[in-house]
Design a protein around this ligand. Structure first.
Ligand code: GLU
Length: 379
């Protein structure tokens, strides 16, 4: 293979397994005509296919619904009222999803549209459901294409920008890499349009107040102010253990270019996604309840397995699905803490039973595990 096409060993993208790629409106939709930049999108999709051939999983967070829809409703250029942009999103989203479907289908890849609201990432049970759905899609080889559910999001409770949505999605699916593609090519020490001495920052090891100040004050979508939300997104992603990259999106094959070491700004994660998740569980305040388990279940947990209902002998306290509970051994010692997949009431009906009996006992088929091993921290 000629060295030109070889991946630069330093690009964290090469080592990542689960990657979130955020695609900005300005790349997808031509500012003049309001039409989809299809030729460019084809090259992005080829990059996605390339990543998947390397055994990686890809989640796309795509903007562009409003930009794509407004022309079809005859809405003027410039800023829109909330209900106008929501109407434009309704028209644009179906076109956007269709474009992704058409292009990915050519490569025999299933595309799945997922529309999320801020509450889906902030409310525990909705978060868990969204997470389970995304994991199910990824496990089955589909490419989720995510956008904010603009038509129902209200002004007060919305992400508003897909940069933070992408970071929250990365946290949700424990992705190890987030790539933000937009018309901003990376981080500078000052606004390069105003300050000739502004320097490009290729690597951020830690998001210090000084780095945050490089985001600038304004938050307009097209100005450099877009950097502020990007740094906020970077903070979420690195805390969640993901590498984070701000890269120029407009060249053809934008992701392949990053893989090959093209200039962009990388933010280093604080730990791995798995470690970040466990820290988060361990750091959660008082457990809401407790599960008492037998010796066999204790051995299974110590061997890195999940907690199944069969190994639980009793429970204490009131809890909902998604709460943190203590796991107590037969001798009364706390063995672990974890996020429980059923409420106390449901748990009381399934404890001591086999996994294949859960559906009959509860009337719906939930998770096989009471606490999945990814959601469990040993004490
Ligand atoms: N959800 C908006 C759209 O699809 C875009 C938000 C953003 O650009 O960050 O049009």
């Amino acid at each position: 293979m000629p060295s030109r096409t070889q991946a630069a060993p330093s690009s964290p993208l090469v080592r990542s397994r689960r990657i979130v790629v955020k695609v900005g409106s300005a790349l997808l939709v031509d500012g003049e005509s309001g039409r989809l930049n299809r030729a460019w999108l084809e090259t992005l999709i080829e990059d996605v296919v390339r990543l998947r051939r390397q055994g990686k999983e890809v989640v796309l967070v795509s903007s562009g619904a409003i930009a794509l829809g407004r022309r079809h409703l005859g809405l003027p250029r410039g800023s829109l009222r909330l209900e106008e942009s929501q109407a434009a999103a309704a028209v644009g989203q179906i076109r956007l999803a269709h474009a992704y479907k058409e292009l990915l289908e050519q490569w025999d890849i299933q595309v799945a549209q997922v529309l999320l609201t801020l509450e889906d990432s902030e409310q525990r049970v909705r978060y868990l459901n969204a997470r389970a759905t995304l994991n199910a899609l990824l496990e089955r080889g589909a490419v989720p294409v995510i956008n904010e559910n603009d038509t129902v999001a209200t002004a007060e409770i919305r992400y508003g920008d897909n940069d933070r949505l992408a970071a929250r999605v990365a946290q949700m699916v424990s992705a190890d890499c987030v790539v933000l593609l937009s018309d901003i090519d990376g981080l500078y020490t000052a606004d390069p349009n105003l300050d000739p001495k502004a320097k490009f920052v290729p690597l951020v090891r830690e998001i210090t107040p000084r780095i945050e100040s490089m985001g600038g004050e304004s938050a307009s979508e097209f100005g450099r102010g877009g950097m502020t939300t990007k740094i906020m997104a970077a903070k979420i992603a690195v805390e969640a253990g993901a590498h984070f990259c701000i890269a120029p999106g407009s060249p053809r094959h934008p992701v392949r270019r990053i893989e090959q070491g093209a200039r962009c700004t990388w933010f280093k994660p604080k730990s791995s996604p798995a470690a970040a998740r466990k820290q988060w569980i361990a750091g959660r305040l008082r457990p809401s309840g407790a599960l008492i388990i037998d010796a066999g279940a204790e051995r299974a947990l110590r061997a890195g397995k999940s907690l199944l209902p069969a190994g639980v002998t009793a429970l204490r306290g009131r809890f909902d699905r998604g709460d943190t509970v203590s796991v107590i051994g037969a001798d009364g010692r706390e063995i672990a803490r974890g996020i429980v997949a059923y409420s106390d009431e449901e748990t009381s009906r399934i404890v001591g039973h086999r996994t294949n009996e859960i559906a009959a006992l509860l009337g719906f088929s939930g998770r096989d595990e009471l606490i999945h091993r990814d959601d469990l921290v040993m004490r």
